[in-house]
Structures are given as structure tokens and as C-alpha cells.
Design a binder for this molecule. Sequence first.
Ligand code: C2E
Ligand code: MG
Ligand code: MG
Length: 461
Amino acid sequence: MSEQLKQEQVLTHSFASTEAGRDELYMYSLRKMADENVQKDVNLITNLPTLRAFFYTCDEVMMKYAETEFALVVLDIAQFKAVNEFCGRSAGDYVLKQIAAALIRIAEARPLSYICHMRADIFVLLTPYLGQDDIVSVVNELKSDVDNIEVDCKLLPAFGICTTINNGRATSYLKDCATSALNTIKGKFYASYAFFDEEMRTRQLKNKKIENEIVPALKNGELKLFVQPKVDMTNGKIVGGEALVRWVRPDNSMVSPGEFIPVLETDGFIINVDYYMWEQVFAFIAEMLENKQQPVPISINVSRVHAYDTDFMQVLKELSEKYDVPATYVPLELTESAFSDNENMMYDCMRELRKQGFKVSMDDYGTGYSNMRMLKNEPVDEIKVDRAFVNDIDNQKGRVILKYTLEMLKELGANIIIEGVETEAQKDFLIECGCKKAQGFLFYKPMPVDDFKELILESGR
Ligand code: C2E
Ligand code: MG
Ligand code: MG
């Protein structure tokens, strides 16, 4: 009879007769089952434990060796897909096995080290932390092992590192933090590793807070519709507005969109916020029309995330129908970056929306990459020149760039609006260049929608 079997029989015998014994026996069986599962939970290519098994083992180890600091390293190969595509799947598998072998060598040489094959080309190592230099030497050793793998593709390994110092001892959290660190250097060939640091931690906590608070904030009406007027610079008349979201907390403090929109674009909640804002705009214009007041078009921002949200066109169509507001009253501002994300779909959407009567404005012109192609092939109704151009008016080169950019846009037949006009000098120069429409603090700052209404009513439109 095996030693283990004997031990089990003794346990069963001595424990099963009392209640405490039965509890202990139950815990023992659970643990045994988990251990067996861990042994079965392996990646089929490399035979290394999977993430689930790794979490279980590492949590136990870090609990047991409470005095030891650990570092968790996530290893990712940039563009690994290219290895499979250009060198073949078996070459890809070969690379993964070689990486596994390198990790095994390192883990064997360092007591209390554990590794896993998380998925695809991502591996994780947990090892005692003996200082930054020590971890950097581990990472460099791994990097040179990867560099030496014989394959006809360049392999670019990148490492994200998180230590237990100040970051707790939960493997899954350490893994998330190491992954955040890794993401900061992804695609940068000159940096091969990054530590999760204080700054990242602060940002992560801030982002988490935003993620947690935005859902109730939307429900409780903390997200407000502000509008910034657009003017004709030659006569000061208000020709439209742009809807801008403001998050006003119960204590009246304001969170700027620059702070929370990037977070919501990561978790997708911007879609809900946009739908909410759009509805406010349609409702506002409908109310003015009902009261026989003459509204001006108020443009809405369409986040780049909608490039992956096939519903947004239907939503716009339904809002226009529900509020009986003609689509021309609600132009759409799409950023260039939306097109670099999912170009063909965005072109299709744009054509469809224009057919329905929506005007399309290309926001932040000059900050993205797809602008030339779009100008050439896809008619947009308006180009919003980014305020970075206007900021540069003070220097001679900046003036030349702006002047000829505007000339080119005009020659292509585009309607132009300039963002971020702050000074009289900028205004004069832009009028000299033949631009009329602008939006900027020199004229008006974004204001609560009710103030905007008063303003356009007073201006006697
Ligand atoms: P954007 O669409 O380019 O909006 C113009 C931004 O420039 C606004 O910033 C506005 O306050 C600011 N601005 C206008 N004139 C001036 C000026 O003369 N000087 C300076 N320094 N700034 C000026 P805001 O409201 O902070 O919004 C920032 C960005 O957040 C917007 O850029 C837009 O991309 C995004 N955003 C705002 N509201 C929404 C929304 O409801 N949905 C989506 N998807 N994005 C929004
Ligand atoms: Mg905009
Ligand atoms: Mg803009």
C-alpha cells in the first residue's frame, strides 16, 4: 500500500468519528482535489501550468513564506502572430517550447520560483525578490535566451514586473499590475522591461475609482450637458454649439472629460455616456422647436469606441424619430482616431448616416493619421482643425503650416471650423486666412445648457 494511501486511511479513521474531525477531513479532501486539479491544469503545447493552477500555487506559497518578498514577471512576445503566420505554426510552437525551457531553467535555479503559460505567447514567473538588480538580471537572462532561439523571425520579448512591496500578495492583482507595466512598453523596441511603479498605482487606483463611480453618477444625474457656442468670427453670431459632458459631483467639484473619458473608452462605458448625452441634445432641440424657438445645430461627440459598436447608427436614427428632430440639427463629431481603429466600418457608417441627413464633422483634424486618405476619398461636411495648430500661431513656422493647411482644405472644398481660439491675434490671423467659423475661449467657454439657451434666445435668432 502506498504511503499516501496509508496516510489517507489513518486520517479517515481518526477524524471521521468527531465533528471537528469530519470538518478537517472535508478540508483535506478539498485541498487534495485542488492539488490534483493543479497537476492536470497544464498548457498542451508547453506542459507548463495554466494561469488558474499558477494562481492557486502562488497564493499558497506567498501565504506560507510571508516574510519573503516576491516579484511577478509577465513575459509577452510582441507580434508573436507574425511568427505563426510567416514561419508556420510548428515554428511558433517550437518558440513557445524554447521559452518554456528557459523559464524552467530559471525557476529551477531559484528556489520558491513558479512559472505558468498564461495563454498564447504570454508567460508568468513568480520568484523571490532580492532587489531590482537581481530581477533585471533574471529578465536579461530570459531576454537573451529568447534572442537565441533559432527562428526566421525577429522575437521581441517584453517584461512587466510587479513586486509584493506595497502591492499586496494576491497573485491575480500582481499579475494585473505587471500587465499594466508591460502595456506601457508594448511595441517599443527600445524598452524591454518596466516595473509597476507608484505613479502607475496611483493612476490605476484613480481609474478604478472612476470606473466604480461613473455608473451611479450617470444614474444620479451627475453627468451634465454643457454646450460651447460656435461663432462666426466676422460678426460674432452664434452659428451652433458643441455638446460637452461635465461630471459634477454632489460636492460641486467637477471632473474633466480629459480625466474620465479615456477610462470609459477602455471599459466601454463611454457608449452609455454618449447615448445619454445624445438623448439630452435631441430632447433640448425638440423642446425649443416645440416652443417655436429657433434652435441652432448642436454637434455631439461620437467616441472612437463606436467603431466597434454596430448599434450606434440605429440609436441615432431612433432618437431623431423619437424627438422628431431633423438630423441636420445634430451634426456628428468623429475623431480621426475612430477611423484608424476600424476604418472600413466607419466609412460605411459615415455614408449611411449622411444618407439619413446627419452632417459629419472630422474632429481634432491634424492629430491623427488617416486624415489625407479621408479627405481624398470620403466627403465629410466639416473639418474641425485641432487647437494645436492655433496654439502655434505665435511662431513663424506655425503660421506657415496653418496658413497652407487651411488653403489646402479650402481648395478641397471643405467647410472649416477652428478649435481653441483664445486671443484676438489668433482671430485676426484666421480671418486673414479666410476662416470664419470658430470655437474658443475668446468667444465663449462651455456653459450649462440652460445658459446656452438663454444666450441664443437673447441673441435674437
Ligand atoms: P473636443 O471634442 O475636441 O472638444 C473641444 C474641447 O476643447 C473641449 O474640452 C473644450 O472645452 C476645449 N476648448 C474649446 N475652446 C478652447 C480654448 O479656447 N482653449 C482651450 N484650452 N480649450 C478649449 P473638454 O470639454 O474638456 O473636452 C475634451 C474632450 O473630451 C473633447 O474634445 C471630446 O473629445 C471629449 N468629450 C467631451 N464630451 C464628450 C462626450 O459627451 N462624449 C464623448 N465621446 N467625448 C466627449
Ligand atoms: Mg468635439
Ligand atoms: Mg476637437
